[in-house]
Design a protein around this ligand. Structure first.
Ligand code: NAD
Length: 458
């Protein structure tokens, strides 16, 4: 495997050095090919996502395939504009010249993707890296094998391996990849592995984007539409069985509306997933036995508020609400990443923000409220990657805003224009005219030039 990776990377280096990735027409043609291929192979992709995660057809399209098509459509539409040099103002002191920033692809990029949205989180950064003119080695997750196979077939059918190549595998392959010198590493996954990637990249000063996870809180304010909040949380929390990086990890519920919220949430879970979610064909499954066992360790008779049943053979756990959770409980120390939702009562919003800011920065934060002052207080003063007011999860489903973490939940961001920028370096260039040459910067200096400099540079 090591030989194969080194061989491919050398080919990709040469391909980039020979300027094969720079042309607008070539980039656009590949994006179009991808778009059409994905449309034609929608059934295969849906089937693979079903086999890996039990995802329903609707969910696969809504949260993976459709989002990828949107992203590619956006890149095709705006690519010419994104590739153009951006004119900038020139200071008077540099008269006469023109200033601009020219995007340049980094070169050879490594993308490492996780298993929870295996198609979206592989293809989305891949398209952006290609739109920006890079070559890519894409390392998919070893846990979502069926989707990895579909991705490999897509890549092999469309691209020469000098441009894009897919690597399968686990620990050993990851180590081999990280030992190589890339020009950019884009990693999506856990904080633990993110640290390894960051440390390894630092040795060769390789720039990185780290799309990590964390414990994303959801606040239910005293004054809010509790029923609607319950409906939206029941959807966003149990989507993909909570195996979503921006899933509400736990709820802070104002004590005055706690009983009402819990009741509404239970009703919504039954309404959306049925009396027996374990036999609902549109309710997915936990990725593997290890994660299944980890999740079961979070609850027992003493803290189940609702749900708690599971099916070990099918790797399913029903939507489960937990009570009596205090901040020292193990579940409050780790990202849950499953269909388990602790609900914690609060009386002071100031304490809630204080708690959020004194722990690791979450990837997302949600507040349900009708009180503008409270909404502004939470959104202004708590640190988090991104989020929603009166909804959950949907802030990432757009090409018009960047998506990424903050502090411990990630470094850098992508989606739409920001994705193109992430995989580009902007060269700031001054193009100076030669027909005039102002003398004040040259030796010998004198008091007139000194006054001129003070006039221009203040
Ligand atoms: P993970 O960190 O275990 O794996 C991610 C990738 O890293 C995989 O390709 C895997 O093969 C590779 N990897 C695993 N161990 C490695 C090692 N020791 N050295 C080098 N590479 C290694 O993450 P996961 O379990 O696949 O995904 C779940 C995590 O990802 C959660 O924390 C979730 O919040 C996060 N996530 C974040 C986003 C985001 O956009 N911010 C999206 C999805 C998932």
């Amino acid at each position: 495997m090591k030989k194969e990776i080194i061989n491919i990377l050398n080919k990709q280096r040469k391909y980039f050095k020979d300027n094969n990735t720079f042309s607008y027409n070539v980039r656009k043609a590949y994006l179009k090919k991808m778009y059409l291929y994905i449309k034609e192979h929608e059934d295969e992709i849906t089937e693979a996502l079903y086999l890996d995660l039990g995802k329903s057809k609707t969910e696969s399209y809504m949260a993976e395939i459709g989002m990828v098509l949107n992203e590619i459509g956006h890149l095709i539409k705006h690519l010419r504009k994104y590739m153009k040099p951006k004119r900038c103002k020139t200071p008077l002191a540099q008269y006469v010249s023109k200033s601009f920033q020219l995007p340049m692809p980094y070169g050879n990029v490594l993308i490492m993707s996780p298993w929870n949205y295996p198609f979206l989180l592989s293809i989305d950064p891949l398209c952006e890296a290609l739109a920006a003119g890079n070559t890519v080695i894409l390392k998919t997750s070893e846990y979502s094998k069926n989707t990895s196979n579909v991705i490999k077939k897509l890549v092999d059918d469309i691209f020469p391996n000098e441009l894009v190549y897919v690597v399968f595998g686990g620990y050993e392959e990851n180590q081999i990849l990280l030992e190589q010198k890339f020009d950019y590493i884009f990693f999506t996954g856990s904080k633990g592995v993110g640290k390894i990637v960051y440390e390894t990249a630092a040795r060769t000063l390789t720039p990185v984007t780290l799309e990590l996870g964390g414990k994303s809180p959801c606040i239910i304010d005293e004054k809010c539409n509790v029923k609607l909040a319950a409906k939206r949380i029941a959807w966003g929390k149990f989507l993909n069985l909570g195996q979503t990086c921006v899933s509400p990890d736990y709820v802070f519920c104002n004590e005055k509306v706690y009983d009402k919220f819990v009741l509404c949430l239970q009703n919504e879970i039954i309404k959306q997933y049925g009396e027996n979610p374990l036999s609902n064909p549109n309710y997915g499954k936990i990725i593997n036995q290890r994660h299944f066992a980890r999740l079961l360790g979070y609850f027992d008779e003493s803290n189940i508020l609702f749900g708690g049943k599971y099916d070990e053979d099918k790797l399913k756990i029903e939507p489960t609400l937990l009570k009596n959770i205090d901040y020292n409980h193990r579940i409050m120390k780790e990202e849950i990443f499953g269909p388990i939702l602790p609900i914690i009562k609060y009386s002071s919003l100031i304490d809630v923000v204080e708690y959020i800011n004194s722990n690791e920065t979450p990837l997302a934060l949600y507040i349900f409220s009708k009180n503008r002052h409270n909404i502004n207080y939470v959104t202004n003063y708590s640190a988090f990657g991104g989020g929603c007011v009166n909804d959950v999860v949907i802030h990432l489903a757009t090409t018009n805003m960047s998506f990424g973490g903050f502090k411990e939940s990630g470094i850098g961001s992508y989606h739409g224009k920001k994705g193109f920028d992430t995989f580009s370096h902007y060269k700031s260039i001054v193009d100076k005219k030669t027909w005039i040459d102002l003398p004040m910067r040259y030796q010998p200096y004198n008091s007139f030039f000194d006054r001129l400099i003070h006039f221009f540079m203040k």
